[in-house]
Ligand binder design. Structure first.
Ligand code: SF4
Length: 332
């Protein structure tokens, strides 16, 4: 008899083609988790609507994200992969959960204040209700674990509080308090060497980029800024290029650069050329698979539709229980 596996939920906003930060920080973890858990991965397009700029090319962005996930090894046979808005029950649960969430709780959240600061021209209800919708994403599928880094732990704690309030208010146990799956957060800096890799900061290296583009971006990376001349010794400990070597180069190369950089035995140009080659070699199989998937977009959409069918089956059960728990009149 096969043992029931723990259910994991994770969602990501459709920001289009993914970059190395997304790949190393999240996508590889998605692939890895499939070995031990029943995974539900959602492309959360409704969340993208809260900010105006991400609504552009939303459909293509969803497809691009799915292509990246599939090419990286997310297996749609094993995991449920779907687009959030294809399961409209999440909006219904969002509304019902909102009845047990005090306004002050939402306006006090640092993430809301930050978003208001970033988008002062577009402070919409969606921004305020964002954490409630996020909770609905998790609770609709009765996820037991949610992979979050330590900095996102408060978001999950919010969801847990929502569960307690809801279950208390309606004297029920239908909603399940999800646990945090502590995931080590790999902070990947962008080509500027200062900020987290991000499309909005234009410091990203897309995982689907071709080899020459990748090389060009790697060659533009900021290094140890104290090293002005080739003859100056460098410090790999403060160089972002070296951080990437640790992720993409062999132990032998890492050791060599660590020593040679400090005594000016290697120049930054050569160091970056080696890195570009290693990134391109590492990403070549991914790019090949992505290219194959790109030739069959209908099949990718079909995967997303099938994923939504499977997700809706779970959602229907949860919503029937939630409506009953609240005492809403049943409908035919
Ligand atoms: Fe950074 Fe490499 Fe230059 Fe050293 S040699 S400063 S590790 S780019």
């Amino acid at each position: 008899m096969t043992q029931k596996r723990v259910r994991v939920f994770s969602g990501a906003r459709p920001t289009g083609k993914q970059h190395l930060g997304n790949y190393l920080g999240a996508i590889l973890n998605y692939v890895e988790m499939q070995k031990d858990f029943d995974c539900i991965y959602s492309i959360v397009d409704i969340h993208a609507l809260t900010t105006v700029e991400t609504t552009l090319q939303l459909k293509e962005n969803c497809l691009d994200m799915a292509l990246d996930w599939l090419a990286a090894g997310v297996d749609p046979e094993q995991s449920i992969v779907f687009i959030q808005s294809h399961v409209p029950q999440v909006m219904e649960l969002h509304t019902l959960l909102s009845m047990v969430v005090p306004m002050g709780k939402l306006t006090d959240l640092p993430t809301f204040k930050e978003k208001v600061r970033m988008h002062p021209q577009n402070v919409n209800y969606g921004l305020l209700g964002y954490p409630v919708l996020m909770s609905a994403d998790i609770l609709l599928y009765k996820a037991e674990l949610v992979p979050v880094g330590i900095d996102q732990a408060p978001h999950l704690e919010f969801t847990r509080e929502v569960v307690r309030s809801f279950n208390y208010q309606y004297n029920t146990q239908v909603l399940l308090e999800p646990q945090m799956k502590n995931t080590p957060v790999m902070k990947v800096l962008g080509t500027d060497g200062v900020n987290k890799m991000s499309k909005s900061l234009n410091n990203e290296i897309e995982i689907a980029a071709d080899a020459p583009t990748t090389k060009k971006l790697v060659m533009s990376m900021v290094t140890d800024t104290n090293r002005k001349l080739r003859s100056d010794p460098g410090n790999p400990d403060i160089c972002n290029v070296f951080s990437f070597h640790k992720m993409f180069s062999s132990q032998e190369e890492i050791g060599m650069i660590d020593v040679e950089c400090r005594r000016a035995g290697i120049g930054c140009v050569d160091c970056k050329k080696t890195l570009a080659t290693n990134i391109n070699n590492a990403m070549a199989p991914f790019r090949e698979r992505r290219h194959e998937w790109m030739k069959k977009p209908k099949q990718v959409w079909e995967i997303l539709y099938n994923g939504a069918d499977r997700a809706r089956t779970i959602a229907d059960v949860t919503m029937a229980e939630v409506r009953d728990a609240i005492g809403l009149p049943r409908y035919r």
